[in-house]
Design a protein around this ligand. Structure first.
Ligand code: NIG
Ligand code: FE
Length: 420
């Protein structure tokens, strides 16, 4: 579409006006009944009650787009995914169902290393095709921006291959991809079995790979999987400090399998987010609450792994942390591209209300990516990134679980997918 577009006929427009949410404000969706959104050149020109938006001269000449009583909300900002990988790990899924734990499988060479083997053997073309089809699914479920991490290459050529694909895909399809360097996902097989293998691998990351990532402008963030079986707090600090010197902002996988102190490290480094948090303690929660580091919860992981212990979302919200939700789309712990499914899990398992879950998946997800000023809410001057859902009341989005009720997704004012 070119020129102005006037979106009308929404039973509810969830504006999410205002900045990132903490505590009680997480429930504030800024709902406008019978709302309208006026869009020009990919940006929002006006949003509010229909009668008010209609009074603008531009609204009269704009192309009309009636969403037929559906709910309009900002496109989801999925701030944690491992987009590029070569294949599923359905064989490990079956082993897990039969009783093997995630860590047992990883110790036997499965887990991340299984995906690394497959990625190194895959062609760029095959990886790109798989990612492009996943991006289509993200868009079809209402996501308009997503973060993507490397981390299944773990050698110089393969990590650069993944990050280059992020860059290419960013220009070849409509969704925005925010690229993160996760060379420190786990220690690759060829560095294992020696006492200083992890240190040698970190040296390779810091001396060779990181400068290359920076020179080629392939990532905005650097992440580390700081946990049992991956990297220690000391190692994570060393790499993230170096990455920060190179201009890559830090984020962390923290307290997923065990409590390591990674949350405190994230806060100390001023990380954009720290993610997972199943094993945080009260002092971690207090630190997050006092910081701007976003606490990103990934309930898809615990669901897929069949775990009973989810992150303490209520405690985090009540303490005042900025809580976000993301899919963690990856082949080992969370094979889903569906933010609506994540909202259902957040409500049913994390005991977040539908309103809290939606705010966590939009404006707070945008904050986790440092983009709260441009996306994550429907407000004048922001990007026209939005979705319309086949429901009359926003609470029905998480209520109908495991279904895709997204009817239309718009990115920068362009419709990128729409059901018949
Ligand atoms: O976010 N925790 C580390 N990384 C992923 C899992 C990766 C995998 O198993 O392939 C996660 O859960
Ligand atoms: Fe992850």
């Amino acid at each position: 579409m070119s020129g102005s577009i006037l979106i009308t006929g929404a039973s509810q427009v969830l504006t999410l006006r205002g900045g990132p949410r903490r505590g009680n404000s997480l429930s504030n969706l800024g709902i406008v009944k019978d709302g309208a959104v006026l869009v020009r050149d990919g940006k929002i020109v006006a949003v509010g009650p229909r009668a008010q938006v209609d009074r603008r001269a531009e609204a009269k000449s704009a192309e009309k787009f009636d969403v037929g009583g559906r709910v309009v909300l900002p496109g989801f900002v999925d701030s944690h995914t491992h987009l590029i990988h070569a294949a599923s790990r359905a064989e490990e899924y079956e082993l897990k169902i039969q009783g093997a734990s995630y860590e047992e499988i990883a110790r036997k060479g499965g887990g991340v290393l299984n995906s690394v083997k497959k990625l190194r053997a895959a062609t760029e073309q095959a990886l790109k095709q798989r990612a492009a089809s996943a991006l289509g699914e993200f868009a079809a479920h209402g996501t308009t921006t997503l973060e993507a991490k490397s981390g299944y290459g773990l050698d110089v050529a393969s990590e650069l291959k993944i990050l280059t694909l992020h860059k290419e895909l960013n220009t070849e399809q409509p969704l925005e991809i925010v690229s993160t360097f996760l060379g420190a996902h786990v220690v690759p097989a060829e560095f294992r079995g020696k006492a200083d293998g992890a240190e040698k691998y970190l040296d390779l990351l810091m001396e060779k790979l990181l400068p290359e990532v920076v020179v080629r402008d392939l990532a905005e963030y650097c992440d580390v999987f700081c946990d049992r079986g991956a990297f220690t707090v000391r190692q994570s600090r060393k790499l993230l400090a170096k990455a920060k010197d190179h201009g890559l902002a830090p984020r962390l996988h923290a307290e997923q399998l065990s409590r390591t102190g990674a949350t405190q490290l994230a806060v100390d480094l001023g990380a954009a987010s720290c993610d997972h948090l199943e094993h945080v303690n009260d002092s971690d929660i207090r630190s997050l609450a006092k910081s701007k580091t976003v606490a990103t919860l990934l309930p898809g992981c615990d669901f897929h792994l069949g775990l009973k212990e989810y992150a303490p979302a209520r405690k985090l919200i009540e303490a005042g942390a900025i809580v976000a939700l993301a899919t963690d789309y990856n082949p080992g712990t969370s094979p889903t591209m569906s933010m609506p499914m994540v909202l259902s899990l957040a409500c049913d398992q994390l005991r977040m209300t539908p309103a809290e879950a939606i705010a966590a998946a939009t404006i707070n997800g945008a904050a986790a990516l440092g983009r709260e000023k441009t996306i994550g809410s429907l407000a004048e001057g922001k990007q026209a990134d939005l979705a319309a859902f086949e429901v009359e009341d926003y609470r029905e989005i998480p209520y109908y679980f495991g279904m895709n009720l997204c009817w239309m997704t718009m990115k920068r004012g362009e419709i990128v997918c729409m059901k018949d």
